[in-house]
Write a protein that binds this ligand. Structure first.
Ligand code: SF4
Length: 265
């Protein structure tokens, strides 16, 4: 394998080609757009798939989802890693990847977002809260996450995501059963009644080690915080390192009676 650094000209060509691919895809989407199917139709598709794909492989689920929903499917990604977008983009290049732009991310996470956008065949969609952090501070007081994290998550994650998902037929998440007891029964495909669309969890059966192994084998970007004591990465004020052997999500909202941000419950 040639590991020589790219010349300036080669780097420029790579950026130009990437930008051209994105533009071509946007043009294709505009010309091929179709209407969203009804909730009843989508619910029937989800119910059928939940049974038929119950024992399917990750690739089989991803291929089915890409074929069934196409551009009306989005991938949710926290930028802890780019494995899930990579898995889906193999079947649906330039798929929309929703990034919750809470305004509270670690610098490393923002860096991964930018690296993913500039290097992978994906379309990053920043899901913006209605209020900036400064506006939220003015309205609710500073550090709302310390006093009422449920409200902060609702304002900065749940409501903006729900509004964004309304335009899609299906969303794909990286929820894994082994992450927490609250996720132990996660199906590969199900109807998401709360958001009114099909929810697909192709990595449900994966372990953390499976995730890392896939990233290594496929040269997929990982957030450096994963190797710095953060097996689960959320907003900086609400995420701490975990000790070896501790629950991977123990560092999220540590010390509070809160284990989920409300996106998956
Ligand atoms: Fe706010 Fe913390 Fe929720 Fe982020 S994780 S939206 S900072 S409460």
């Amino acid at each position: 394998m040639n590991t020589a650094p790219l010349t300036v000209g080669e780097q420029r060509e790579r950026v130009r080609s990437h930008d051209q691919g994105r533009s071509d895809n946007q043009a294709r989407r505009a010309s091929e757009s179709r209407s969203r199917r009804s909730d009843g139709e989508l619910r029937a598709i989800a119910d059928r798939a939940e049974l038929e794909l119950a024992d399917a492989s990750t690739d089989e689920v991803a291929a089915w989802a890409a074929h069934e929903f196409g551009d009306l499917m989005a991938v949710a990604c926290s930028m802890a890693d780019a494995v899930l977008p990579h898995v889906i983009a193999r079947h649906l290049p330039w798929v929309d990847v929703l990034f919750l732009a809470t305004g509270y991310h670690f610098a490393e996470t923002e860096g991964i977002r930018d690296a993913v956008e500039s290097s992978m065949q994906l379309t990053i969609v920043d899901v913006m809260p209605r209020l900036t952090v400064a506006e939220q501070d003015e309205k609710y007081g500073a550090r709302l996450h310390d006093r009422d994290p449920a409200l902060c998550c609702r304002l900065r994650k749940v409501e903006p995501l729900t509004e964004t998902l309304a335009g899609y037929e299906a969303w794909v998440t990286g929820v894994r059963r082994g992450e927490a007891l609250t996720r132990a029964d996660t199906p590969l495909v199900a109807w998401d009644d709360k958001n009114g669309l099909v929810k697909i969890n192709p990595l449900a059966a994966w372990s953390f080690d499976d995730l890392i192994a896939y990233a290594g084998a496929n040269d997929v970007i990982l957030n450096p915080l994963l190797n710095d004591g953060y097996p689960s990465i959320g907003c900086a004020p609400c995420t701490r390192r975990v000790a070896p052997g501790e629950d991977p999500r123990a560092g999220r909202w540590a010390g509070l009676d809160k284990t989920e941000c409300g996106l998956h419950t």
